[in-house]
Design a protein around this ligand. Sequence first.
Ligand code: ADP
Ligand code: MG
Length: 697
Amino acid sequence: MTQATEIGSYHKLTDLHGVGPKLADKINALGISQVSDLLFHLPYRYEDRTRIHAIGACKPGQQILIEGHIEHSAIVRGRRSMLVVVLGDGTGRITLRFFHFRAYQHKQLSKGTRLRCFGEVRAGFQGLEMVHPSYTRLSDDSNLPVADRLTPVYPTADGLGQKNWMRMTDQALVLMRRGELELEELLPSDLLNSLKLPSLSAAVDYIHRPPPDADLDALASRDHATQKRLALEELLAHNLSMQKLRRQQRARKAPQMTTRPDVERDFLQGLTFSLTNAQQRVIQEIQIDLNRGRPMLRLVHGDVGSGKTVVAAMAALRAAANHYQTAITAPTELLAEQHLRVFSQWLEPLGITPIWLSGKVTGKKRQRALEEISAGAEVVIGTHALMQEGVEFNRLGLVIVDEQHRFGVDQRMNLLDKGGEGEQQAHQLIMTATPIPRTLAMTAYAGMDVSVIDELPPGRKPVTTVVMANDRRRDVIQRVARACTEGQQAYWVCTLIEESDSIEAQAAEEVAQDLRKDLNTLNVGLIHGRMKPAQKQQVMDEFKSGHIHLLVATTVIEVGVDVSNASLMIIENAERLGLAQLHQLRGRVGRGTQQASCVLLYNPPLGSLAKQRMEIMRRTADGFEIAEKDLELRGPGEVLGTRQTGMLQFRVADLARDAALLKRIPAAADILLEQQPAQVDKLIHRWVGDTARFAGV
Ligand code: ADP
Ligand code: MG
């Protein structure tokens, strides 16, 4: 957890009344180490104790303040005793129930006592009731004022009650208003005015103690200008910290890789296609980076099928031509194997033989691979096994990570540590088809340069997608039969909720058996994660060569698999998959020139979210649009996959909710850097602290 720290106005928690070392320790554990930090610990909801409601007008579900006289009070004995109190105010009656109570409470809550209660109204067997309301006893003539602000409820931990938080934040707010707890305004007023956002102290004051007429709905959905103000500041701080890291990164040295036009020309001539404009542009961006003598940190962002592999190969070629090694990692064995095949095909004619290393390479073979790697093999391809201990490079100049969302930043760092030359750091190229919305990419990858391959190879037609209920399975099978008889090839993807490889494999086997019966003139293959690499390889080869017509597969084929003649995909239980995964899967077809289609088979009835997902899939093939929708439906944590959520943990901001603010961040960062550079470090310090390692270095 990050900590907010305020420069030059340090108040210890124990400076507050009622906070001793023990309590301070508990609060410290929440990442709050000084008084000003308390003000960035924000309430997650509010209670309205500013008005007394007539009991007769209460409705179930309301959380309200009521006041009346006790008309009846008794301990009802049952399996468990219960204190039952009836409170009336002339407009109506309500029952108060206490399942946990002490003897003195029965005495306190005796008939005739005047009582003020706060709690949630519920519909009980005998009319309205409140269970365990909080209460205050009043003498008949007392005139206890109601709260003049909404009552905040803070996220908390064991042994830290709301009363503690109130007491502490009350004091912190007083200090702030007196100017003793300087919360320096770090944002230019121009910026705040243009966005109609309040000052920091006004925002903090409001959020901790909103006035009675505050828009509770806006506050609850964190949509209030005061909350936006803090979110903006936090997002800005993160952006600036990543920019700073990037500058530091750029200050390091890296191998300078100059061009070898003859080698590059030979490579391009060996391809069976010519590069798209987008590919050429991105390759050029990478080559400029590689020639700088500073570490490249570039993300290549391109939809499935946009042709990222050849871009990566060109980068590896440049490294090899400069006698540096390239490590290429992919998240699955299948994808890594495919890279090995493609890279070998492209690079071997140029005299470069890629080395293979995965977790399944063991014994003598592994020993030999490790030796070749440490002896300087130019291109090494594998799974995360490349990132493990014992793998040492000789002159590692370039690290290429495919489908980055499957890897954590830490793993990538491990790879970087594996033997650059001297003080030099290897270049990094990260390729992802995770259609991260542009808004998110900006924040998630603010520390990286981003290249976008925004063009598909020519002749591709968008995949036509239809959504069908499972009871039309027979029709779908007929459709597969027809397509395959006409010379097309198809995937049949089996999906399960269970994460277990073996259960998934078994289900796929059963489906394959059934389909073999139904489609007995066709050659039906099967591939799943439990098969040995050689087996998988054989199946993929047979599919590629056209020998297998229909390939039944688990989601192992999700990333990267590339068979251009496959033009039909059936996805079973499509309702169970998220948008990102559906998009990835569907990207396996439509790689050739014929019109491809995808059938999403679902088990009715469809839930409303699933229905929306199917509809989005049917309507668009644009990865970015799908990503935006995914973000809307799911929230950013999930979009990036759990591994990366760590890099997106904010205290106030929420990338889905604050998408509109995000768009303003780059410009705001520029303004700040230009107008008030001295504030930048303070801002980073306040929000990000020292935990900036998550960024892309
Ligand atoms: P992805 O971006 O999903 O990794 P790939 O690199 O696997 O995409 O490319 C998808 C397919 O398109 C491959 O068969 C590849 O050979 C082919 N391809 C790549 N670039 C071009 C191009 N410029 N013209 C035609 N086909 C291309
Ligand atoms: Mg790929």
